[in-house]
Design a protein around this ligand. Structure first.
Ligand SMILES: Cc1ncc(COP(=O)(O)O)c(C=O)c1O
Length: 439
């Protein structure tokens, strides 16, 4: 009978064999195979890691979680990385940390205002509303699809306390301008880096400029753990708050399975509890449980080794789309990187010009009919979404460009799973579509 080590090695070998049979390179067939906008890209190592973690059967945070968070910290050059179960949870936790009474007068309170954009994903706005603060929507610009910094000063009021923005589709916003305004008005900055993991601004990774930042590992993103996310910060106080809010609101910071890390488990006084009440069950925040499992982290750890190559491929794919769409400058406005930035593009975002002979919807329906997947810029205009339109908010000036994007803009994928044949095929589909309007 083999011992468990031997059995584990045999299982891992079988997993590698399984990967080749089940997931080995599939041929792209024009018109039959879909051209997806995103998807998980992996090899045998992700499945080996997932099985390895499953065989540990520890399940909650353990050796793979430590490994994964360390790789993220090393990559970004940031001190604290806390793993969570989604990018939305990461945003919720980053924001919630700033509401802690432990931050005294600096804490975010109901009625305070937060600078936001309406052209984005709801998870960047939802926590603001959930905690009773007021999103102040600033318009964005084309072709960066990021906040229009010229309108930023107009958005600031005596109630403004925070700037919470995503780097749109991987394109960094003007961080010089944002950080300058934040400093001038003493504002918190949360960078939603969910779509921009690996993007740089002036030589430094996004997610390292603000007080706190977030990442998503949903399959559409730069790396995946299925569901998953992370919160990053250099501030030990914020890191401790995020951990507390993530882990039921508890005051204790022992990792799973450990006891008495602080050495004061039974000797302290908290609230109105009896002296020496077990620190493990002391709650100093009103928290959640939003932790990641070690199986997810094991997949993430294997994905991290591929992140630099994934980012390079995303940049290359962006260039290929640019070449294809720049054949029609009269019909399309193409995306541009923010000055000084080097985006690891999440997508290739295109705006159909107002006087083009076809609409965005006609084009995206034609692409869909031909199995080419596209997406709109998420929620379009948050102030028009059923769940958000009647919630307290302020519009800094106008949302004219946001509305234009809602009606005229779409994106294609840049994910590393795109193959050469897919670009050739989509170019043909596009040429045929444009040709049918210009004969
Ligand atoms: C900018 C942005 N922030 C946050 C999220 C939420 O991430 P998740 O899907 O992991 O909850 C997304 C969505 O994918 C996103 O695009």
């Amino acid at each position: 009978m083999s011992d468990s080590k031997q059995l584990r090695a045999e299982i891992i070998e079988k997993v590698k064999e399984y990967y080749q049979v089940q997931f080995g390179q599939k041929e792209f067939i024009s018109g039959t195979s879909p051209v997806n906008y995103a998807g998980r890209v992996f090899d045998e190592q992700e499945i080996v890691n997932a099985v390895d973690a499953s065989l540990d059967f520890w399940l909650t945070e353990s050796r793979f979680s430590a490994d994964f968070s360390e790789k993220i910290a090393d990559f970004l050059g940031i001190k604290h990385v806390m793993l969570t179960n989604s990018g939305s949870s990461a945003n919720l936790l980053a924001f919630t940390a700033l509401t802690s009474e432990k931050l005294g007068e600096k804490r975010l309170k109901a009625g305070d205002e937060v600078i936001a954009v309406a052209a984005g994903f709801p998870a960047t706005v939802t926590p603001i509303i959930q905690y009773g603060l007021i999103p102040v929507y600033v318009d964005v610009d084309i072709p960066t699809y990021n906040i229009n910094v010229a309108q930023l000063e107009k958005a600031i009021s005596p109630k403004t306390r925070c700037i919470f923005l995503a780097h749109t589709l991987g394109n960094p916003y003007n961080l010089d301008a944002i950080m300058e305004v934040a400093q001038k008005h003493d504002l918190w900055v949360i960078e939603d880096n969910c779509d921009a993991f690996g993007s740089k601004y002036k030589g430094k990774y996004t997610g390292t400029f603000g007080h706190i930042s977030t990442i998503s590992f949903y399959p559409a993103h730069h790396i995946t753990t299925g569901e998953g996310g992370a919160i990053c910060t250099n501030d030990p106080k914020l890191a401790k708050l995020v951990r507390a809010f993530r882990d039921w609101g508890r005051d204790c910071y022992c990792v799973g399975g450990e006891n008495n890390t602080c050495g004061k488990r039974f000797t302290q006084q908290f609230g109105n509890l009896p002296l020496g009440y077990d620190h493990k069950y002391v709650y100093s925040e009103v928290g959640y449980n939003l932790k990641m499992t070690d199986i997810q982290a094991a997949i993430g750890s294997a994905q991290m080794d591929k992140l630099p190559a994934f980012c390079a491929k995303r940049k290359e794919n962006f260039k290929t789309w640019t070449k294809i769409f720049s054949k029609y400058p009269q019909y399309f406005t193409l995306p541009e990187a923010t000055e000084g930035s080097d985006p690891a593009w999440f997508a290739f975002i295109v705006t159909v010009k107002k006087d083009a002979p076809f609409t965005r919807d006609e084009l995206t329906r034609h692409l869909a009919k031909n199995k080419v997947e596209t997406r709109n810029l998420f929620a379009g205009n948050m102030t028009k979404q059923p769940a958000f339109m009647n919630k307290a908010h302020r519009v800094a000036d106008n949302l004219d460009t946001t509305d234009f994007i809602m009606n005229h803009t779409f994106f294609l994928g840049t994910y590393p799973g795109l193959q050469d044949g897919m670009f050739v095929y989509v170019e043909q589909v596009l040429d045929q579509f444009v040709g049918s309007y210009t004969k």
